[in-house]
Each structure stands twice: as C-alpha cells, then as structure tokens.
Design a protein around this ligand. Structure first.
Ligand SMILES: C[S@@+](CC[C@H](N)C(=O)[O-])C[C@H]1O[C@@H](n2cnc3c(N)ncnc32)[C@H](O)[C@@H]1O
Length: 247
C-alpha cells in the first residue's frame, strides 16, 4: 500500500476492489447492529491500514483501531484525514487491550491471528471476546489450494495456517457461530483458477490486480458474490472468517 495519497487521489481510485471489499465488510457490521440504523461501536484489533474502520465510521458507527506498529497507525491517520472520518487510534497490544469488559459492540481482527501460535491465537480471541459486548469477527487467509490466495501464502514459514476457526471460536467461548468465506470476486470474471496464467496472475500480486480493476468489474464481482454458495466461498474465497456471539 502507498504510504500517502497524492493530490487528487482517493483510496477508491487506487484500490477500488479493496475499498469495495472493505465496504461490504462495514455494511455487514452495520447490518448486525440494531437493524442497520447505524448506531453501535466497533474495535479493530491489529487495524493496520484500517480501511474497514473508515468505511464503518462513514456509516455512523463509533470506531476505534489498535495496532502495535506506529507506522501503521500513522497510515491510519492519513486515511482518516483523506476520508474525513472520526476513527480513533491507539498504540496497544492485542494481548492486553486497555479497555473494560464489553466496551465495544463488535470486535474484529483481520489478518493478524495467523501470525501467532495456536496457544496465542486462543489468548487473542479470548481477549477480543472480553472487550466485545455482542460479536467477535475473526478473519484469516484461506489456505485451501483452490483459494485465490493459496499460491501467495503456501510457502510462508512464519504463518500458523491453517487455523481451525470453528474450534478456536468454540474454545474461546463464542456461540452462534457463522463461518463463511469472501473475496471470490478478487479474481477476474471468467478466470480459470487452476490455470498457469491465473497462478502467474496471483503471484504478480494484488496491487496489480487492484490497479486494473474498473467499476464495471466490481459490478460483475458483486453479482458473482451474491450467487455464490457458502461452500463455494469457503473453498475459493481468499479469506475465511468466523463470527460469534460474545455472550
Ligand atoms: C496483515 S496486517 C492486517 C491489517 C488490517 N487488519 C487489514 O485488514 O488491512 C496485521 C496487523 O496486525 C498488527 N499486529 C500484529 N500483532 C499485533 C499485536 N500483538 N497487537 C497489536 N497489533 C498487532 C500488525 O502491526 C499489522 O498492522
């Protein structure tokens, strides 16, 4: 990701698919809270680029992001200015969040858990659950070899994938679990996912993919996403996630 937006640039003009995906994510959160009236609070743990938070803030949710990396927080503040959002940030450790129990309606974490051992993953989800009043949402890359992201992550020595999200959520005490996958739309329409050209395409990386995407492509992906079954999303989606009730 770029560290700064240049004059005249918006996140949407640089990363249309990423913004679109994050917007879907934010809309899903809004829908979970009080029937979509827009009230509620959200905490992202390991917020990094923090795009979801800015999209959620635009929907009227009170948003806070924590990250231990000051550079990521600085980037979040750049986006805050670009979006004109009122997201709050703090530099904190996900293992010891400085919030009282049940401080936020939704606590979510995307792309962080897989960096930690199974024991630490459980500690992290429990800490998310502690500060969540209603829902915890955890998302990790999908390691299925049919998934769009598989070729990017399969040789990662540092990661602790695959993560059994269902077992983890149950052990952490979450209930009413929903498992699903997302980002089938992150590949071009009509692409054969097992072809050599697709694999080269994925290896080339997502910035390239995102730069080439047009608004019309996004509409195509949206239509595809709507007609995809849960089983297909879990198999082909770039990520998979679990949402559970915190009590
Ligand atoms: C792959 S990035 C994901 C960023 C963001 N959630 C997103 O979806 O774009 C993971 C982030 O987790 C943060 N992180 C990792 N371990 C952490 C910890 N113990 N406490 C707080 N942040 C942490 C990293 O600094 C990084 O910004």
């Amino acid at each position: 990701m770029k560290a700064r937006l240049d004059a005249g640039e918006t996140m949407e003009s640089i990363f249309p698919v990423k913004v679109y995906r994050q917007r879907l994510h934010a809309l899903g959160m809004q829908a979970r809270l009080v029937g979509g009236t827009g009230r509620g609070s959200v905490l992202e743990v390991g917020c990094g680029g923090s795009l979801v938070l800015h999209e959620a803030a635009k929907l009227g949710l009170r948003c806070h992001g924590v990250d231990m990396n000051p550079e990521m927080l600085e980037y979040g503040r750049t986006l805050k200015a670009a979006y004109g959002s009122d997201v709050e940030f703090s530099q904190d450790d996900a293992f010891a969040l400085p919030f009282a129990d049940r401080s936020f309606d939704i606590v979510f974490s995307v792309g962080m858990l897989e960096q930690y051992s199974p024991e630490d993953q459980l500690r992290l989800v429990r800490e998310c659950k502690r500060v969540a009043n209603r829902f915890v949402y955890i998302e990790v890359p999908n390691e299925d070899e049919d998934a769009g992201i598989h070729h990017l992550i399969k040789d990662h020595e540092d990661s602790h994938l695959p993560t059994d999200l269902r077992a983890l959520a149950i052990e952490a005490g979450l209930t009413d679990l929903e498992l699903d996958g997302r980002a089938v739309f992150c590949s071009r329409a009509g692409t054969e996912k097992n072809s050599e050209s697709y694999q080269q395409f994925v290896r080339a990386g997502y910035p390239h993919l995102m730069k080439d995407m047009t608004a019309a492509d996004i509409d195509t992906f949206l239509a595809a996403e709507r007609t995809t079954t849960q089983a297909q999303r879990l198999k082909y989606g770039c990520i998979h996630y679990v949402v559970g009730r915190s009590r």
